[in-house]
Write a protein that binds this ligand. Structure first.
Ligand SMILES: Cc1cc2nc3c(=O)[nH]c(=O)nc-3n(C[C@H](O)[C@H](O)[C@H](O)COP(=O)(O)O)c2cc1C
Length: 319
């Protein structure tokens, strides 16, 4: 993405209380994941290069690229009507948007923009409350539902009882129940092991998000891009595997695709556009990212997303 927007947006976000979470402290998972992403390089395949088609299909719909806005919340503190502005940007860019914690009224407002929304319900301890949230999201017309199962004790900075409705761990049986109640595709977010990937699939999830919640779930969490190939092997070729954590550019997205992802989620990067330019900034970040992805595809002889060849990726251990 545009370097100035990234830097200016980050400064504005920090001034507004949204600190960058990829700090220098040992074990910072967000920083470690970014470092791993940066340790992967791309070879070029220019001869016979063809036009590149970035379009992605998910759950029967077509999007402009394998890029989405990952589960976000509380964006009114970033920009007036921030969640709806973000949704407008997503709609214009032709991608879908994840909504995290937030009330029904806010969900209705963002769904009313016409954007395709995935509502991620929190793993509240009270199962009845979760089922109510699922029902109201379904009624709001979301494209898909999901749950950030890694948030079962809240985050390190927000202990379990911080929320009016406390969080609690979820079992395979609970997930099965939620997925049955959803009636739309259900995405389990916060998967960072083969074990949980198998359980999500067994529960009937339509997809997963490989994620450590921007580092807030665990220190020294394995970088999503490092574990992705294993999870892809575990779930097979066709299973939708989304990923998030520190994505900024189209090259980042390409690396994720080459390692087994279906699409990559953008959180903070989209917020830098939002804080500077509202919906237009969101649209700009997303469109520029898809443009960068197309550039990488052109230079790696990748005509479409089905043709991404993992052997294009180089790591430090290779020569
Ligand atoms: C402001 C903000 C709010 C978030 N709210 C939620 C949420 O409600 N539910 C959720 O599953 N994840 C939430 N996340 C985590 C993101 O979905 C994502 O996992 C994480 O930010 C990593 O992506 P990024 O590095 O691109 O920001 C939030 C992240 C941010 C920055």
């Amino acid at each position: 993405m545009n370097k100035n927007l990234w830097e200016e947006g980050n400064r504005a976000l920090a001034e507004g209380g949204f600190e960058d979470k990829s700090g220098p402290e040992p074990g910072n998972s967000q920083r470690l994941s970014r470092e791993y992403m940066d340790s992967l390089w791309l070879e070029m395949r220019c001869i016979d290069s063809q036009a590149a088609d970035t379009r992605m299909n998910l759950f029967g719909e077509t999007f402009a690229g394998p890029v989405f806005i990952t589960a976000l919340s509380g964006l009114d503190k970033v920009c007036p009507d921030g969640m709806a502005e973000t949704a407008r940007g997503a709609l214009k860019a032709g991608v879908f948007m994840g909504m995290g914690i937030g009330e029904e009224e806010e969900l209705l407002r963002i769904a009313g923009t016409g954007a395709r929304i995935v509502k991620f319900v929190k793993p509240h301890e009270d199962k009845k409350f979760v089922l109510e949230k699922i029902a109201s999201a379904r009624k709001a017309g979301v494209f898909a539902l999901g749950m950030d199962t890694d948030f079962f004790y809240g985050s390190r900075s927000k202990p379990r009882d911080f929320f009016p409705q406390p969080m609690g761990p979820k079992t395979l049986g609970d997930l099965k129940e939620f997925i049955k109640a959803a009636e739309v595709p259900f995405i389990v977010k916060g998967v960072l092991s083969e074990a949980d990937a198998y359980k999500a699939a067994e529960a009937g999830a339509a997809g997963i998000v490989v994620s450590h919640h921007g580092g807030s779930a665990l220190e020294y969490a394995v970088p999503p891009l490092l574990i992705l190939p294993r999870i892809r092997r575990a779930l097979g070729r066709e299973f939708p595997i989304l990923v998030d954590g520190g994505f900024r550019t189209g090259a980042d997205v390409f690396k994720a695709l080459a390692l087994g992802a279906t699409a990559a989620g953008f959180g903070r990067a989209v917020m830098t556009g939002l804080v500077k330019e509202g919906a237009q900034g969101v649209e700009r970040v997303l469109k520029e990212t898809i443009g960068e992805l197309e550039w990488v595809m052109l230079h790696t002889n990748t005509p479409d997303l089905g043709s991404v060849d993992p052997s294009v990726i180089w790591g430090r251990q290779q020569s």
